[in-house]
Write a protein that binds this ligand. Sequence first.
Ligand SMILES: CC(C)(COP(=O)(O)OP(=O)(O)OC[C@H]1O[C@@H](n2cnc3c(N)ncnc32)[C@H](O)[C@@H]1OP(=O)(O)O)[C@@H](O)C(=O)NCCC(=O)NCCSC(=O)/C=C/CCCCCCCCCCCCC(=O)O
Length: 636
Amino acid sequence: MARYELVKRSVALITLTNPPVNALSSAVRHAIAKSMECALSDPKVTAVVICGENGSFCGGADIREFAGPLKGPPLVPLLDAIEAGEKPVVAAIEGVALGGGFELALVCHYRIAHSKARLGLPEVTLGILPAAGGTQRLPRLIGISAALELITTGRHISAQEALKLGIVDQVTEQNACEVAVEFALRAVAKPLLSRRVSMPCKPREIRSAAVMGIKRECLHGHEQDLGMVPSLGTMGRGIAVCLARVGISVIAVESENKLLETGRQMVIGMLERDAKRRGVSASLNLLKFTISLQDLKDVNLVIEAVFEDMALKKRVFQELSKVCRPATLFCTNTSGLDVDALAGVTDRPHLVVGMHFFSPAHVMKLLEVVCGPRSSSETIATAMSLGKRMGKVRVAVGNCPGFVGNRMLKPYIDQATFLLEEGDFGFAMGVFRMSDLAGLDVGWRVWKESGLTGSDVDPENPPRRRQGRRYCPIPDMVCEKGRFGQKTGRGWYMYDKRGGTNAKPDPLIQILLETYRSKYGIQPHNISNQEIIERCLFALANEGFRILEDGIAARPEDIDVIYLFGYGFPRHRGGPMFYASMVGLERVLERLEHYHQAHPDVPHLKPSPLLKKLVACGSPPVQKWREHIKTMHSHL
Ligand SMILES: CC(C)(COP(=O)(O)OP(=O)(O)OC[C@H]1O[C@@H](n2cnc3c(N)ncnc32)[C@H](O)[C@@H]1OP(=O)(O)O)[C@@H](O)C(=O)NCCC(=O)NCCSC(=O)/C=C/CCCCCCCCCCCCC(=O)O
């Protein structure tokens, strides 16, 4: 009922032999179980291929046995054992893989299909469910909506459709079995964890973590450890508190005893206040403070929270690679830098992931887990699970400048400053308060690094244009006056003291604006509330559509969660993407087209192709947008 042979010296070839369609009769199930046992226990065997005789993989349950009592080995444990095995198993699908046959293919770690093959779960046509794992594995492999459609219709799909959906790994015109054998040989050294469809990648248990921060001004310092001074900054302190209060032992890194003592007292104070509020005792025994990087040699995971500077972060990661165990995970707390570039300087790019905490880290709920192209599934799962343990709302996002939240801020802030330049709406908009809170120097530094402002800009360049598009230099002018927001007591608003939160309009900003407008001959005009809202929020959502197209966020709901929990988007509006759907995608498109026509030098106002596509498809509800997105990131 199944033939077992060794091919290419190391591949166990299991051929189902139950004509006419190699259905899973009791004898076939028995033979598969025996063959798998042989293959897994034979040291000569490094990989397995399962195929069917006479050009048919497997037609599912043997309908000839339906009339009698159920007998023979149950299918589910057999399939689970194939999937859990430590040797790669490849399904070579010719003819049909239906019902239990398809479920057998789903437990194999790879699937090769002949171009004429057909796959499907026809159980519904028999009045039953694909209960040998089909209802669980298929949605995990291709997503709930695509799987539901196949399960509830029972329709057969072609090999080409299966490839498009991500069910098979390769379609071939040649002998599928021969192709699968070659494929299996190449799969031998590869990790199997992420290929087991039913098992979401298991996160590692994190018992000890290190948090390190380094002050910006120490970038060019000359301390012994890193050639710079580690310091427990605001983010580092917040992260250390989050870790300790959920029972993870923390080593906090400092560079000198004075800074160490200050950081220690602040973290302990925060933990004690937190414990008092929650009526528990503070877990101070979990904390260790050190000035020696060598103390990190045994930790499971490091969260680097140094100043937002690529060169500095790279140096830190190079040093950490030398000190830490090869299996230690490296997380970078960055609000927008390239996680993969950092991974590239380490000896373990697959163990590097971004953890974008929001300040103050022990209060703010949101955590963007930034998946670099080389971050392994286990690394991502560990960061997600650690975030869960820390009580965070976690969203896995892709790696691009600013990730999701901060990338979307750019068009939003741009619109707010253009509106400020053009018109007279006072300072009623949240974006200016938010910028003062975050620190105006943060964006200023990013614009400088990207050549939008600063000494790299050609003096001949028109002041209100950069890189071929409209630019508003007013934020630079504010920063040039040393007005960095709340922390300096002056920004877009004035505050009663440094670090004060009581914002008042500042007549000096009004004067700055008037001088600026008269210099450039700008006639201020009244701008309606509607235009302010539309330009800011539709530009924000438009970037969200681009993020979805680029595969940086897996679904619109993720973007909404980021904006609700990290950026204070009004809850009752549901987030920028839901808001756009409530306004009506047609209306959003029409207004963006209108504003882009009026401001052709602002590319962010140009409607994104996905928005246009959704409108062309009749503006489906948010939950259905995913079906119209081409790029899918399997690890998000
Ligand atoms: C598409 C087809 C496969 C082929 O179509 P076509 O090319 O047009 O040819 P046909 O003329 O239709 O068929 C050719 C011949 O093949 C026979 N045939 C087809 N399918 C089967 C089959 N599944 N079993 C047996 N024989 C089959 C057909 O009768 C023809 O024969 P003949 O020439 O007339 O002699 C098409 O045929 C097709 O669509 N087939 C049906 C596919 C199907 O519905 N499959 C079943 C789906 S349900 C399923 O798979 C469920 C799986 C659950 C697990 C099953 C395992 C059993 C577990 C029980 C264990 C319990 C033990 C418990 C013990 C304990 O715990 O105590």
